[in-house]
Design a protein around this ligand. Structure first.
Ligand SMILES: NC(=O)c1ccc[n+]([C@@H]2O[C@H](COP(=O)([O-])OP(=O)(O)OC[C@H]3O[C@@H](n4cnc5c(N)ncnc54)[C@H](OP(=O)(O)O)[C@@H]3O)[C@@H](O)[C@H]2O)c1
Length: 284
């Protein structure tokens, strides 16, 4: 059985990857920066190792006696004052170097759908610079390029809860977001597969307008949708890029770009957005 090092286990996707690995009985070492965020007692056989992945020295020995590294590490909502280059690029480079030193066979990295085509965005540039490093590292590798996660689709639900959903264009852009549990299966399958790049999205391709209607339906509310014209989106985008720091505008520029284009990947999985929104409405 391959021995796995997982970095990012405290995040949305990482938690599902951890569960999937343990479900398939892989021996796992989870690299975390705060062991308090992971209740090792809940996971039988889990080895938790506290490290600072942004600090190369602290990783020393963390990949010893391991076969495969999986990294879901990246900045999403963290407000640590670090840049995408510090984390999405350099922290993953640190881990890659440690993996190489330890003689690991394969490195599985989670990038994002279309990141290779959107390298003018700071988040995508950092991720793809890491992918370039990975490709030339000499290690076996797999780059997973997933569509948006259901965790991000909760934003449509929150807007619907507040009474109005704002969409770009006419709400016609299409996407197939994916649940973390479905994506975790793809990440863990990559351990044995020979695929080097995997694009993946959820089982249903929907327009943003359909997603908004789904959120209102789960809340049993009358849909109220406002469409924002493209010139206004571009104005906001240019303003935040010009007048705010990269750590502030990075997530905004990514959001303002991918919500104004079709983001469709090969469909996979079985968990639907409707079920996800129903679960959210039950938690209210
Ligand atoms: N969310 C989406 O819709 C989406 C779509 C496509 C691709 N992706 C990519 O998929 C990956 C996982 O996303 P996610 O939604 O699971 O993100 P998440 O919930 O924010 O998890 C990110 C993980 O990275 C770790 N991390 C972040 N900054 C760190 C730092 N400075 N030092 C150490 N660890 C750090 C986090 O640790 P802590 O828990 O300690 O903060 C966490 O374990 C990311 O690279 C993301 O860009 C996301």
């Amino acid at each position: 059985m391959k021995r796995i090092v997982l970095a990012g286990a405290t995040g949305y996707l990482g938690q599902f990857v951890l569960k999937e690995l343990l479900h398939r009985a892989y021996p796992v070492r989870a690299l975390v920066r705060d062991a308090g965020k992971i209740r090792a007692a809940d996971y039988r056989g889990l080895d938790v190792c506290e490290v600072e992945i942004t600090d190369r020295q602290s990783l020393s020995g963390c990949c010893a006696a391991s076969d495969v590294v999986i990294s879901t590490v990246g900045i999403t909502r963290q407000k640590d004052g670090l840049s995408y280059m510090d984390v999405d690029y350099q922290a993953n480079v640190n881990l890659l170097e440690e993996a190489r030193t330890a003689g690991v066979e394969k490195f599985i990295y989670v990038s994002a759908l279309n990141a290779d085509k959107l390298t003018h965005l700071s988040i995508c540039r950092a991720k793809e610079l890491f992918v370039d490093k990975l490709r030339t590292s000499g290690l076996g590798f797999c780059v997973i390029r997933p569509n948006g996660f259901f965790s991000d689709m909760a934003e449509f639900f929150s807007m619907a809860q507040r009474g109005r959903v704002y969409l770009f264009g006419k709400g016609q852009f299409r996407s197939n977001p994916i649940h973390g549990a479905d994506l975790a299966v793809v990440c863990v399958d990559a351990i044995e597969s020979s695929d080097r790049e995997v694009e993946v999205g959820g089982p249903e391709t929907l327009t943003h307008e359909e997603i908004a209607h789904m959120a209102f339906a789960a809340l049993e509310k009358t849909p109220r949708i406002t469409c924002i014209s493209d010139w206004l989106r571009k104005l906001i985008l240019r303003s935040v890029q010009a007048f705010t720091t990269q750590s502030f505008h990075g997530p905004i520029e990514f959001f303002l770009t991918v919500t104004a284009m079709d983001m469709v990947a090969p469909e996979y999985g079985r968990r639907t957005l409707q079920e996800f929104y129903s679960e959210l409405s039950e938690q209210i």
